[in-house]
Design a protein around this ligand. Structure first.
Ligand SMILES: [Zn+2]
Length: 228
């Protein structure tokens, strides 16, 4: 794992270090106060950039977004994606419930769904016993989802549901996929350079590697039906 990681970092370091992050001179994130940066300047853990582009005089169409991965709207967007039908399909956990779980500090990333307890849920607004049980059952059932849905649910930029499904066909597990260097990924049918870069960049972040480890430890399915 370490060997392949260092290889992919070597392969990608030139590209990654030359990627510039353009910060807006004055605009700040209304939620966390971070200086906004140009969307697309680097791969962000973000699905919906904040649209405050009108303020930019030199490039009126530039999208500016918050670079802070812990910014609550981004945390909520990642968790909503995790619960969405194409990912882990935890229907009962809608946007309002996600917002409440984040606000109460009960869930900050996908792995924390799997350690939620009944007594923690009981304190939430509108959470009757039957709903709390149904939520825990739905979370437990999500452990058995296909691995490509897990991969999609991680919200890696440029890895949509179709890309996730296609990638998983090449590997026996998500561990095997992430242990594969960028150059090796590029040799696979259907893998574009931007997909390979996105995957390796995402996996190069220790926070993301830890998340994968915690999800696997929580019993989330990492085994694909791919040949490996
Ligand atoms: Zn922010």
């Amino acid at each position: 794992m370490i060997n392949s990681l260092s290889k992919l970092l070597t392969a990608l370091s030139g590209k990654l270090t030359t990627t510039s992050v353009v910060l807006h001179p004055s605009k700040i994130c209304p939620t966390c106060g971070s200086r906004l940066c140009e969307a697309g300047g680097r791969e962000l853990h973000l699905h919906e950039p904040l649209d405050v582009a009108a303020a930019s005089s030199s490039h009126p169409n530039t999208k500016w977004c918050c670079p802070n991965p812990d910014c609550p709207p981004q945390v909520r967007a990642r968790l909503e994606l995790w619960c969405s039908p194409a990912a882990m399909d935890i229907k009962i956990c809608d946007a309002a419930l996600v917002a409440q779980l984040v606000q109460r500090g009960l869930v900050r990333d996908a792995a924390e769904f799997y350690r939620l307890r009944l007594n923690e849920l009981a304190a939430l607004d509108g959470m009757e016993a039957a709903k709390a049980h149904a939520l825990l059952d739905a979370i437990a059932a999500s452990r058995q989802r296909d691995a490509w849905r897990v991969l999609f649910g991680l919200g890696i930029p440029n890895i949509g549901a179709a890309e996730a499904e296609s990638l998983c066909k090449h590997f026996a597990s998500l561990d095997a996929l992430f242990a594969t260097g960028g150059e090796q990924l590029l040799k696979l049918a259907g893998v574009t350079e931007i997909m390979a870069r996105s995957l390796t960049h995402w996996f190069s972040d220790p926070v993301n590697r830890k998340l994968l480890h915690r999800l696997e430890k929580a019993g989330v399915n990492f085994k694909t039906s791919g040949s490996g």
